[in-house]
Design a protein around this ligand. Structure first.
Ligand code: RIB
Ligand code: CA
Length: 309
């Protein structure tokens, strides 16, 4: 089977961690590199989490540290969701794995300049690294197959009433990516809130009894406790893994090609994503927006992937 070459830009982060485990477990994905963003927690913590996860599960993968703040704003983080470390109570094994000396933007340019085939870029955090890359190296845009992005919402925000976190942290960066002309598959809260793990499904993952299972349990359980305490939910949505699941099994999802834009000026709506399902604005349809998931198939994929690590 032909492998899918990908780059992952992420801010681990409990659900980013599950997305990385899903990617490490499935050899149909050829991970050309990982770039780290600031978002869930400070860039040093998201980078250390990434370094240790790669060191534990696929130490050949190259990692580059990204921008420590949004393009124009101060950083907003979410330690209340992911813990100060970014991974709740999870203690990742130490590793000798070293970071690339290039920063994320230069690392992206090197990979894309050198590749003979187009590469899919998966984004599961604020889009600062990718936006700065697009502004710096527009000529390399043609080497990107598509963006598969977790972000946005047409069902209300999770960081403000209007905005989803990844967009809100750097809405200007999201605007640059949405207007880039590169093909986009978007996994907004519309679909990711239905990609949830039930408590008994989480215990089934824990029962696998491996390092990967322990890390996955710790990450998901920490996020579950946040959703229980904050929303009274007895299950926990797995936002970022939807991007990888889509690449592994597109027919697990349903969606619609529509216009997606970002509000940059609203006093209360900064970072809101406009997902124009009914084509009211008559704007170019720049994204395939996923809005339905076969949750049972998603859970089976998560379980089997974690079990295989
Ligand atoms: O809104 C959910 C997104 O924000 C996820 O990517 C999560 O990791 C946080 O970054
Ligand atoms: Ca994330």
């Amino acid at each position: 089977m032909k492998k899918i070459p990908i780059i992952i830009d992420c801010d681990p982060g409990c659900d980013d961690t599950i997305a990385l485990l899903l990617a490490f477990a499935n050899k149909s994905l050829d991970i050309r590199g990982i770039t780290v963003s600031a978002g869930n927690v400070h860039i040093n913590n998201t980078t250390e989490n990434t370094r240790r996860l790669v060191g534990a599960f696929n130490s050949k993968i190259k990692i580059a540290k990204g921008c420590e703040k949004p393009m124009f704003k101060t950083i907003v983080t979410a330690p209340e969701v992911h813990g100060e470390s970014g991974l709740g109570e999870v203690v990742l094994p130490r590793t000798e794995k070293e970071l690339e000396t290039l920063n994320a933007v230069e690392f992206l340019s090197k990979i894309l300049r050198d590749t003979t085939e187009k590469i899919t870029v998966v984004i599961t955090g604020p889009m600062t690294n990718i936006a700065v890359f697009l502004m710096t190296y527009p000529e390399l845009k043609e080497k990107i197959e598509k963006f598969v992005i977790m972000g946005g919402s047409s069902i209300g925000g999770n960081v403000t009433p209007a905005a989803e976190f990844n967009i809100y942290v750097d809405a200007e960066a999201a605007d640059i990516v949405f207007k880039s002309g590169v093909e986009i598959v978007l996994c907004p809260l519309d679909v990711t809130m239905n990609a949830f793990v039930e408590e008994e499904e989480l215990l089934r993952i824990k029962s696998i009894g491996t390092l990967a299972a322990d890390i996955a349990f710790g990450a998901i359980n920490h996020a579950l406790n946040f959703y229980k305490d904050t929303y009274g939910r007895k299950n926990v949505p797995m936002h970022d893994p939807c991007t990888i699941a889509y690449l592994l099994k597109e027919d697990m999802f349903e969606g619609k090609k529509v216009f997606v834009g970002t509000e940059l000026k609203g006093e209360f709506t900064y970072g809101e994503t406009i997902i124009d399902y009914n084509d009211k604005l008559k704007q170019p349809k720049n994204a395939l927006v996923l809005n339905k998931i076969n949750r049972e198939a998603f859970i089976e994929m998560l379980y089997n992937s974690i079990k295989s690590l």
